[in-house]
Design a protein around this ligand. Structure first.
Ligand code: GRG
Length: 307
């Protein structure tokens, strides 16, 4: 497994993320203009504000890399990456609301409810879910895939966003505020709230290239491990980073009384657990076409990132 000092892996991840940002941001900007026209007014402007906020596009990079790893070649995969990032964006808009994590800063800018208002941001979050379905459907059509592929990809994406995934994990997380979770309970929160969409990003890349079931299973196993590793790294950054570097309020987990890996294991052991999971993720790809440096580089980035 790569480590913090693996310069080629860092350079490879930086280049994959830069490419994913350019390509996905272009798609999202296009959707932002379409929604401004279609929805108009304050809601249209707020939808565009949320969609065009500058994310790292880690999930998009995973979609693109998984797709290529199993032989995908079309640039229309960008639309699949944009669909995943749209679901992620909705989750951030709602996560920041006063009834959830109540935050003012996201991606270095005012959160959507701060830049606009609470009813607008609430509507924008909900509206982004059908927008994501439309973005996915258009992309799958452009990739020339059959309806059955769209069905499978939509099921993966929206199950990951649902009660067995992101909503379920967030629910557990909110319900547990001020209460100490044990490690298995915390893993369940991390797997749902963050891991499910990261796993789905990898699976969707594979499905878009019509990869065989064994490769989809390997991508899913990889995604499951890096998904939890991603949230552990997020716990560490929340405890050790600055708001300026993170683009969101640091120290929020402690302020909200959340259970985190850092609280249970301390910073060093939490980092070590994230690295162990990233290494295991990469080993899950062994013996398949997916065992490429690009996915390993992204796994390394996920646990060594500084924002
Ligand atoms: C109704 C209970 C209920 C939930 C609604 C709001 C929500 C669904 C889920 C929240 C999920 C969430 C925000 C999890 C945190 C995931 C996470 C670590 C986000 C940060 O991801 P980055 O670092 O962010 O990739 P950027 O800004 O780079 O995209």
């Amino acid at each position: 497994m790569t480590s913090t000092s693996d310069a080629p892996a860092s350079a490879a991840a930086a280049s994959l993320l830069a490419e994913a940002r350019t390509r996905t941001d272009a798609r999202l900007a296009n959707w932002a203009r379409r929604l401004e026209d279609r929805v108009g007014g304050r809601d249209g402007a707020a939808l565009a504000y949320a969609l065009e906020s500058p994310g790292k596009r880690v999930r998009a990079a995973l979609v693109l890399s998984a797709y290529r790893a199993v032989g995908g070649e079309s640039s229309e995969i960008d639309g699949v990456a944009a669909a995943v990032e749209t679901v992620h964006t909705y989750s951030l808009v709602h996560d920041d609301l006063p009834c959830m994590d109540d935050d003012d800063l996201r991606r270095g800018r005012a959160t959507t409810h701060r830049a606009f208002d609470l009813p607008t941001a609430t509507r924008v979050g909900f509206l982004l879910v059908p927008v994501a379905a439309e973005v996915l459907s258009e992309a799958v059509g452009a990739l020339g895939l059959p309806a059955v592929a769209l069905g499978r990809m939509a099921a993966e994406l929206f199950q990951a966003g649902g009660v067995e995934g992101m909503v379920g994990g967030q629910w557990l997380d909110l319900e547990a505020e001020g209460r100490r979770l044990d490690l298995p309970e915390l893993v369940a929160v991390h797997r749902g709230k963050t891991g499910a969409l990261i796993r789905a990003s990898c699976v969707l890349g594979g499905l878009a290239a019509s990869a065989p079931d064994a490769e989809i299973a390997a991508l899913a196993a990889f995604g499951e491990d890096i998904g939890v590793a991603f949230q552990i790294a997020d716990d560490v950054l929340d405890a050790t980073g600055t708001s300026e570097a993170l683009g969101k309020t640091a120290g929020r987990d402690t302020a909200l009384g959340k259970s985190t890996y850092v609280q249970i294991l301390g910073v060093d052991q939490a980092r070590a657990e994230a690295e162990r999971l990233a290494a295991r993720a990469v080993s899950r790809l062994g013996g398949t076409r997916c065992a490429l440096p690009s996915l390993a580089a992204l796994a390394n980035y996920i646990v060594t990132r500084s924002s």
